[in-house]
Every structure is written in C-alpha cells, then in structure tokens.
Write a protein that binds this ligand. Structure first.
Ligand code: ZN
Ligand code: ZN
Length: 159
C-alpha cells in the first residue's frame, strides 16, 4: 500500500509505502517523519487518514481529471477538421471515439482512496471497496469545519 500526501514540514507532495507493521511515514524530500496513528492500518485496509486527523476516506476512481479533459478537448479540436470539410460522418466518428476512449479509460483505471480533509491519496489497498464513495454531505461537513478552524486562527475583526 502507498500514500501520496502533502508533507507538513516542507509542504511538498510525497509518496510513502506502508503496511500494517509501519510506524512512520517518511517524506521523500525532507525526510520528516509522521507517526502513523495506532490501529489505523491492518493487513489489507486503512481505517483512517494517516496524514491528518481526519477519520474519513472515500472511494474514487484513480483517474486524473486533467487527462479526461485533455482527451475531450483534443477530440473536439480534431472533430473540427472533418466538420470544416462538411464530412459529418468523420466529425461524429471522432466525437464518438473520444467518448469511447474516456469511458474505456474510466472502466480500466483502478480505484483509490482519498481523504476528505487533506486530499491524501491511498493506492494498493486490497480491501478499499469496503469504503464508501464520495458523499457531498461529508465533504461539506469537512469544508465547514476547515472554515471554522481558519476563522479561529485568523479571527475576523468585529469593530
Ligand atoms: Zn517533507
Ligand atoms: Zn487526511
């Protein structure tokens, strides 16, 4: 199993391997160590986030959104060429192929877990399907909690 997270010390994105015997995550850039909460990792699952205090992770496709967008943009641009030559079949063939590539990639790509709070990503977790998919409600709760904490750190002046 491995985790991709933002190091608190150097603020860079780093990746660390871990298993149920690991006690620390080590940053690849600055070697800062972060203690893994006790009982958080079992032989085939993670029960909570290892990079922040959050206990909630959600299941998502390991599909880079930017790649999906890039494919669609490329397909749209390419379909303009036959469109220009009034080749409607060519235009629709390209658009259809673009959509198909997106769907196939989406199906082929594996799953991963992501933390609601710090966006840490977990890959190679065998029992990840035991986690629930993204819930807007939980996301909103975390967002509001973050906003309250931020306000606490930098209180709004009330003069
Ligand atoms: Zn670091
Ligand atoms: Zn987290």
């Amino acid at each position: 199993m491995n985790i991709t997270y933002a190091c608190l010390h150097c603020e860079q994105t780093t990746r660390a391997e871990f298993d149920e015997n690991s006690t620390h995550l080590t940053c690849q850039h600055c070697a800062a160590e972060r203690k893994i909460p006790e009982g958080a990792v079992t032989a085939n699952n993670v029960s909570r986030c290892l990079a922040c205090p959050s206990e909630e992770l959600y299941l998502r496709k390991d599909f880079p959104q930017r790649l999906g967008v890039a494919i669609v943009v490329t397909g749209l641009a390419a379909s303009c060429i036959p469109w220009y030559f009034h080749n409607w079949y060519g235009t629709f063939a390209i658009l259809f192929a673009t959509a198909l590539i997106d769907v196939v990639l989406y199906v082929v790509m594996g799953d991963m877990l992501q933390c609601y709070r710090c966006q840490a990503q977990y890959r190679g977790v065998p029992a990840l399907e035991q986690h629930e998919a993204f819930s807007l409600e939980t996301h909103e709760r975390h967002r509001q909690q973050e906003a309250r904490l931020a306000e606490h750190r930098h209180p709004v002046k009330t003069e």
